[in-house]
Design a binder for this molecule. Structure first.
Ligand SMILES: C[S@@+](CC[C@H](N)C(=O)[O-])C[C@H]1O[C@@H](n2cnc3c(N)ncnc32)[C@H](O)[C@@H]1O
Length: 462
């Protein structure tokens, strides 16, 4: 992000527009909509601006631009077709620390306005930071079609009740919950169907019966998938947007974290191999404690919570404390990573079964069921197997798997940093070390790996 999106209150404050043509007229219209006191400075004035002047809506200075005209302005827009004048306006405004916009010249601007969706008092502005204005307009038109015009009315009615809600509930958390329940209920439909008084009555009713006390908290145990945020489920996203606090692991990608509600409290509980920021028992207790304080706790994990995720242990503790919870499955690394690497886990010709194995036991040893892993016509997927890779490959060969068996290690699968090393059991550890792969990485062993040259489709970073 290179520019901070802000909504700037210009009501009854002096704004200056340099230029008197069509573009200037559009900008004046926008400033007037936001109730700015607009002065237009230009040697000549177009027809529409003259009408506004006659109606007393704007002030006008019939003059060429000079820097002292900007003194006292809260905002300046240059909308002339003279590049030299536009540049002079930009320089003068910057010198006076006045925010300046020069139409179609992002390099001369200290602010831009984006594409606006106006459902006043709800206003949405879409910016591409000058990179792709057409894309910003395209996004705007998509949002326009999603937001019925009456959305502004919902905000206006909510505004009417704001003070009452503030008096009724003692904490921001309780107020926020009240509004969330209201907006997820029938109120929205009433306003959209034009029954505004019925909506007000409903709000009165809800206010009267709501308690000014924290309701019981709950825990959402959510699988955040292997990295690509597009792989989240709808439910995961909904709960991520409504939590009060998010307790998250190392494996949850930055892009997925971006989708957690902005003002939720974030608690990192780490967990990389051998380096647990918080011991598991303390994480379990933390979740229960936060929920018992009345919070909606998002326990966000990489992949799926029930696949090598210790989700089972966490909900056991919640059950002991009587804390309500729900579990939202996520795409586990084996599924996501194999798909993005172009390696089907099963295939009619090569594998009728698939094993998910952890290459790292609680006590740090590798003690696996090698016989089961060495069976033919199956795919073996090994989580957390990078450290013991050489030992795992050697054991598989020792238990009868061909040294030529295709195998691959995929680092940070599904993300733009995905790297894949394809090899054979015999050479995999050497090739992976040479490529310098790091965790999180997943190992796939089986005939299916040889399909990758034909089936891979995902180009990281593209
Ligand atoms: C503690 S396990 C958690 C697994 C997770 N619950 C799941 O369902 O994917 C962590 C291991 O998952 C694998 N893993 C998770 N995300 C991955 C990714 N994007 N690319 C490769 N491996 C990944 C790695 O083997 C990593 O060491």
């Amino acid at each position: 992000m290179q520019a901070l999106p802000i909504f700037f209150n210009i009501a009854q404050r002096p704004c200056i527009v340099i230029g008197g043509g069509d573009v200037a007229t559009r900008k004046v219209g926008m400033l007037r909509k936001a109730q700015g006191e607009v002065t237009v400075i230009s040697p000549a004035l177009g027809g529409e601006l003259q009408t506004m002047l006659a109606a007393g809506e704007i002030q006008y200075l019939a003059a060429s631009f000079s820097p002292e005209q900007l003194t006292g302005a809260c905002l300046v827009i240059a909308a002339t077709d003279d590049t030299a004048v536009n540049e002079a306006v930009s320089v003068a405004a910057r010198r006076l620390n006045i925010p300046v916009n020069v139409v179609d010249a992002p390099a001369l601007c200290t602010f831009t306005m984006g594409s606006i969706i106006d459902r006043s008092p709800v206003v949405i502005a879409v910016s591409s930071e000058g990179n792709a204005p057409v894309l910003a307009r395209h996004i705007r038109s998509k949002i326009e079609t999603m937001l019925p015009a009456a959305y502004g009315r919902i905000a206006a009615i909510a505004g009417e009740f704001r003070d009452q809600v503030k008096t009724r509930f003692s904490t921001t958390q309780l107020r926020r919950r009240f509004w969330e329940e209201v907006l997820n209920g029938p109120l929205v439909e009433r306003v959209l169907s034009g029954q505004e008084q019925a909506a007000r009555d409903l709000l009165d009713e809800l206010l009267a019966k709501s308690e000014d006390a924290p309701s019981r908290g709950e825990v959402y145990l959510v699988g955040g998938g292997p990295g690509d945020p597009d792989l989240l489920t709808f439910r995961a996203l909904r709960l991520m947007q409504q939590c009060d606090v998010c307790v998250y692991d190392k494996l949850v990608s930055k892009e997925v974290m971006e989708l957690v509600r902005r003002d939720a409290e974030l608690i990192y509980v780490g967990k990389s191999r051998d380096q647990h920021t918080l011991p598991q028992e303390e994480i379990n207790a933390l979740l229960a404690r936060l929920a018992l304080e009345g919070k909606r706790v998002l326990r966000l994990k990489g992949g799926d919570p029930f696949i090598f995720g210790r989700g089972g242990e966490e909900i056991e503790t919640l059950m002991q404390h009587g804390v309500p919870f729900q579990v939202v499955p996520g795409i586990t690394a084996a599924n996501g990573v194999s798909s993005y690497a172009g390696i089907p886990l099963t295939h009619r010709d090569y594998a009728q079964a698939c094993l998910f194995i952890t290459g790292h036991l609680k006590d740090g040893t590798i003690d696996l069921d090698w016989q089961a892993m060495a069976r033919p016509r199956q795919t073996v997927v090994i989580y957390m197997g990078l450290v013991g890779l050489a030992q795992i490959c050697a054991q598989l060969v020792a238990h009868g798997v061909s040294p030529d068996m295709p195998a691959a290690v995929i680092q940070q699968g599904t993300t733009h940093k995905q790297r894949v090393v394809e090899s054979t059991l015999e050479n995999l550890a050497r090739d992976v070390a040479a490529a310098g792969l790091k965790p999180p990485s997943l190992t796939i062993v089986g005939e299916v790996v040889k399909l990758r040259p034909r089936l891979h489709w995902f180009t990281p970073g593209a």
